[in-house]
Design a protein around this ligand. Structure first.
Ligand SMILES: Cc1ncc(COP(=O)(O)O)c(C=O)c1O
Length: 356
């Protein structure tokens, strides 16, 4: 790139990379993006398309997707003023980071966490205060509180259950972090439906500094539809909504959301299946020599292998795409894979077993 042009760009661009999915997004057995293996049934897609057909495609949707917001607020049993919908939770992360950070502001991020947090903090020229996880990849709660206090951080970002570690904070630990620091605490609950822990939504009325982030991309099987939500008290919501890009949610996303929420028994069934597979697959993995299997609170499992790059390539050659997460701190030689259909998981187990 021409140096004179680079000089004109945001200097932070020199410190970030474009997002990419190593190994791509196509495979016979695709276990690398923590998606649901269950697509919506055709009868539901037909009903959604039928409704969407009668929309005016030449008109803008609402500035903010009030219908989707209302549907999710009713589903959660809270006021619409506490809820904001976005085009995937990634978009909401941009909005919330823009609202909470600026040059020189301090943000506490447990490491390793979802990579977008770091990237957004760098882009906004905020100061990152990293708090490493424990050796078993669990959260260092004391460290998070101590660092936030020492550094007088105004923003803490917690992904729980956490991607990429699969570990969670308990509700009590989140309450402590909220009480013992003077920060806005963003709790990203992308994987909460798979967790043994209670949701931080239980603390929204109690804690004015809490924002909870949700996605419909994982348990609700809508990764392709791009739907995320933030939940907080109405006062804070009015502030964090200010930088939001208008019109980012399509009517198709709103309509789809309503249909999925109206048929939530399908989500419950899918989650049950995935949790059963998680336990079954973990038990089989533990019997394979040379693997370390981390306890998971999500729809994916982390294993440590002798040589992650080799195992990743071997599996890819067999048509199985997993995520090589060995570049993250504390996760050397670790691979991550979400639960697929039983037969897909069996194939993965067979190939990993063959490496023994
Ligand atoms: C912790 C976490 N947060 C947010 C997201 C973004 O999800 P989406 O933009 O699909 O809602 C992901 C996706 O993998 C994630 O793992």
């Amino acid at each position: 790139m021409d140096k004179d042009i680079v000089r004109l760009l945001n200097p932070a661009l020199q410190h970030i990379k474009a997002y990419r999915v190593e190994g791509g997004q196509q495979a016979d057995v695709k276990l690398n993006q923590n998606e649901s293996p269950f697509d919506l049934p055709l009868w539901m897609k037909d009903a959604i398309m039928e409704e969407f057909k009668h929309e005016s495609w030449n008109r803008y949707p609402d500035v903010l997707p009030f219908k989707g917001i209302k549907a999710y607020a009713e589903f959660l049993g809270i006021s619409s003023e506490s809820v904001m919908m976005s085009n995937g939770s990634n978009e909401m992360l941009y909005t919330i980071f823009l609202a909470c950070l600026a040059r020189g502001r301090k943000v506490v991020i447990p490491e390793p966490s979802f990579s977008l947090y770091d990237k957004l903090a760098v882009l906004l020229q905020a100061e990152r205060v990293d708090v490493p996880m424990h050796e078993d990849l669990s959260f260092d709660v004391e460290g998070i509180i101590r660092k936030a206090q020492e550094e007088k951080a105004g923003f803490i970002v917690l992904s729980t259950p956490n991607n990429p570690t699969g570990k969670s904070l308990s509700l009590e630990e989140i309450r402590r972090i909220l009480s013992e620091t003077e920060a806005i605490v963003l709790v990203d609950e992308a994987y909460v439906e798979f967790s043994r822990q209670e949701s931080a939504l239980n603390l929204i009325e109690e804690k004015p500094n809490l924002i909870v982030l949700r996605t419909m991309s994982k348990a609700l099987a809508l990764a392709g539809m791009r739907i995320g939500f933030a939940v907080t008290n109405p006062q804070l919501m009015a502030e964090i909504a200010k930088p939001k890009i208008p019109f980012t949610s399509s009517r198709l996303a709103e309509i789809t959301l309503s249909h999925v929420l109206d048929n939530y028994y399908l989500v419950d069934e899918a989650v049950d299946y995935i949790l059963r597979e998680r336990e079954r697959v973990s038990e089989v993995l533990k019997k394979i020599k040379g693997l370390r299997v981390y306890e998971s609170d999500t729809n994916f499992i982390i294993i440590k292998v002798p040589e992650a790059n080799k195992v990743f390539s071997f599996l890819a050659g067999e048509g199985i795409l997993v995520r090589n997460v060995s570049g993250y701190p504390l996760m050397e030689n670790c691979l991550r894979f979400n639960m697929g259909l039983k037969e897909e998981n069996d194939l993965l187990l067979e190939k990993l077993g063959a490496l023994e």
